[in-house]
Design a protein around this ligand. Structure first.
Ligand SMILES: *Cc1c(COP(=O)(O)O)cnc(C)c1O
Length: 401
């Protein structure tokens, strides 16, 4: 019965061109990666899909630090952080991140999590109790949405970047604790939330601003601190979640906020308390990757990333103007996430499949990840791409027109 039921559901997913599948990466995360596709063919692909924006995942110093960490600590952490899983390396990563955010959040403290998904569930469920009300941006990441679903607090949704709409909802609220929740960089669109205006709204209505900086950390700001540095923000009302599996090139996540907030998370966040701490070797390696991210290498790579962005936008804009009947649209993005909106699900998947046969992997993104009729190629750039790689992508797109 269950199998029949699920086969029916799978057939319905297939009929809408929404089937998802995994490929097998035979080599490490890098612009040129050997991948075995669903067709069983192994190819070397030019990848425009990872979130390893600074190319740190394959950096030799990060790999060496992981080896050193394994020699010192071995494999797993053995227990949850409050039992015995919190190593010296975990402690140092939290302390380093607290220093990064000190100019932006008074009395900043950081608390580590195994993944960003868990960190988002933790912060929203712990703070979003029955006395709170949550104000959630329309294009928030699935993990933030799931956090709001699990939280006891009622949830109001405001439109994408609609600060006036948010203000109206805040004005009408009688909740004692008001939590605004937003992506800093929208993961499927690449645009940046109007954080200064959102923070001003938080201040005017005595609310707190929870910012998911999964795609801003390492990428935005002169020193790579992320969206708060980009906008030069500082407030006790800021609660930031960052992931360490994207631009930091490893795995893990953190919440950084006023020490009272993180102190409460340590007591109350169930996915902190009841889940095994991340492997200490990973934390040990994070210390190296955070150093690289913030130092000269990070700075140079952020500059290169911005020049690749400009080159790609110029290339695609010129392509679109050569083909005025095309309905493709390049999203207005100032980040390494550069979506090319195509429209239909089948159309975008056919395009992605053609590119893959030509040796380029650019993922097609379909509903429910993005709205119906706005299926897209989600192009992401990494600092380890070259200008020639970007030319290669634009030329391949032109052949698909
Ligand atoms: C990737 C992502 C997450 C989840 O982080 P993981 O560490 O991969 O679990 C959360 N929010 C946003 C916006 C993301 O893009």
């Amino acid at each position: 019965m269950l199998l029949d039921h699920l086969q029916g559901k799978l057939a319905a997913i297939e009929a809408q061109s929404l089937t998802r599948f995994t490929r097998i990466a035979e080599t490490g995360t890098a612009p040129h990666q050997t991948v075995r596709g669903a067709d069983g063919v192994t190819r070397e692909l030019l990848m425009f899909c990872s979130n390893d924006y600074l190319g740190l995942a394959a950096h030799p110093a990060v790999a060496q630090a992981l080896i050193d960490g394994a020699h010192r600590y071995g494999g797993g952490s053995g227990a949850s952080p409050l039992v015995s899983g919190h190593s010296r390396a975990h402690h140092e990563v939290e302390a380093e991140l607290a220093r990064w955010f000190a100019p932006h959040i008074p009395s900043a403290r950081a608390i580590g999590f195994c993944t960003g998904y868990m960190a988002n569930l933790a912060v929203i469920t712990a703070l979003g109790d029955a006395e709170a009300e949550i104000f959630s941006e329309a294009l928030n990441h699935a993990s933030l949405i799931d956090g709001t679903r699990l939280a006891k607090a009622p949830v109001k949704r405001y439109g994408h970047c609609d600060v006036e709409g948010l203000r109206a909802l805040l004005a009408a609220s009688t909740a004692r604790i008001k939590l605004i929740v937003t992506d800093a960089v929208f993961s499927m669109d690449g645009d940046i939330a109007p954080l200064p205006a959102l923070l001003a709204a938080a201040e005017d209505f005595d609310a707190w601003l929870i910012v998911d900086d999964a795609h801003g950390l390492g990428v935005l700001g002169e020193q790579g601190v992320g969206s708060l540095e980009h906008f030069g923000l500082c407030s006790e009302r800021l609660i930031v979640m960052g992931t360490l599996g994207k631009s930091a090139g490893l795995a893990g996540a953190f919440v950084v906020a006023h020490e009272t907030v993180t102190g409460y998370l340590l007591q109350a966040a169930r996915n902190y308390i009841f889940s095994t701490a991340s492997p200490p070797a990973v934390e040990h390696a994070l210390l190296t990757s955070l150093q690289l991210m913030r130092g000269d290498l990070g700075r140079e790579r952020r500059v290169h990333l911005r020049s690749l962005q400009a080159q790609l936008r110029e290339g695609i804009t010129a392509l679109l103007s050569r083909h005025p009947s095309l309905t493709w649209r390049l999203a207005a993005s100032e980040t390494p996430i550069q979506p090319l909106i195509i429209g239909g699900n089948a159309e975008v998947m056919a395009l992605a499949a053609t590119l893959e046969r030509e040796g380029l992997r650019v993922p097609g993104i379909r509903p429910p990840t993005v709205p119906q009729g706005e299926a897209r190629l989600r192009i992401t750039l990494c600092a380890t791409h070259t200008a020639a790689d970007v030319d290669c992508l634009v030329a391949a797109l032109e052949r698909c027109v």
